[in-house]
Design a protein around this ligand. Structure first.
Ligand code: GUN
Length: 293
């Protein structure tokens, strides 16, 4: 029988732990951690995510500031606000919600953030530090995956870990983290992508499969070894008549047929998803404690 990795429950537990630490900080006379979120325009998905982030800050006792710009804000105006936040001593960390309108360079924006305050972990300094194992902010999804692996004590040392997908925000960083010394790491990592040959054979060797390619139902039972652990990072919106919103989230794994072969498996929704906001909170707490130098 497989064990279901309950990301929702773990995320609630981690929030309680963070709230406890915040209480200790405040009791000791410090100000609570402070996160700012910049949002540009009115993208529906982004507005929902930002609302969740602000609400989660409240739940753990952080101060949060939402800074909203209209979609026609100039790049210079946005960069000027970032510069101001970089210098604000009452602010521990901030993020600029992506995607941005086309006339603004996302890369320029990310690189203009002081890496000490880059709690999204998107700045090249943080990405570089992560890849050589220095203290840094790890971006939300890989951080969330590591936390789930730890909390369920999933063995990783010497295990074959296959990552499907090579994106900058999930595939590349999680591959790098899984091969790092220590736990959760010490795995033998293979990264597969759209040009990979023999993908099925490679997956069949895997003790851990991390599916992060964004193709609903891509991983089927015939690609999974008996006893493997499967982490499903897919969150594709597919049309559905059964929900009020008119869509449902679909993972990259055919859960019903894959789960019976697994030791551990994440559901979608309720697996990796709920952990991502918790990662942002964890990074903000690290920032407030000045643990990233
Ligand atoms: N858009 C989708 N996910 C993210 C994220 O983790 N951070 C930011 N800033 N924007 C996003």
């Amino acid at each position: 029988m497989y064990q279901l990795i309950d990301g929702k429950a773990i995320s609630e537990q981690v929030k309680l732990e963070i709230a406890e630490e915040v209480k200790l900080m405040v009791d000791a006379g410090k100000r609570p951690p402070h996160l700012a979120v910049i949002i540009v325009g009115h993208d529906g998905g982004s507005e929902t995510y930002v609302a969740h982030k602000v609400k989660s800050c409240e739940q753990v006792g952080f101060k949060s500031t939402k800074i909203a710009f209209e979609a026609n804000v100039t790049e210079a105006e946005l960069l000027s606000k970032i510069n101001e936040l970089n210098r604000d001593n009452e602010l521990d960390g901030f993020i600029v919600q992506l995607p941005l309108p086309k006339h603004i360079s996302e890369q320029k924006v990310i690189e203009s953030i002081d890496y000490h305050k880059d709690v999204d972990g998107f700045h090249p300094v943080n990405v570089g530090r992560m890849s050589i194992g220095l203290p840094c902010y790890v971006s939300a999804t890989p951080y969330g995956i590591l936390e789930l692996i730890k909390r369920y004590n999933i063995p990783t040392s010497g295990k074959n870990c296959v990552v499907i997908g090579r994106s900058n925000i999930v595939g590349k960083p999680i591959a790098s983290l899984m091969m790092q010394k220590g736990y959760p790491g010490d795995a033998t990592v293979t990264v597969c992508h759209s040009r990979t040959k023999n993908l099925k054979e490679i997956c069949l060797q895997a003790d851990i499969i991390i599916a992060a390619l964004g193709q609903p139902g891509f991983l089927s039972a015939d690609m999974v070894k008996e006893g493997a652990s499967v982490i499903d990072v897919g969150t594709t919106r597919v049309p559905s008549e059964k929900t009020k919103s008119g869509f449902r989230l679909s993972g990259d794994v055919k859960f019903d047929e894959v789960a019976p072969k697994c030791s551990f498996i994440t559901p979608v929704p309720g697996g990796v998803g709920p952990m991502t906001i918790v990662s942002l909170l964890k990074n903000t707490l690290l920032a407030a404690k000045k643990e990233i130098y």
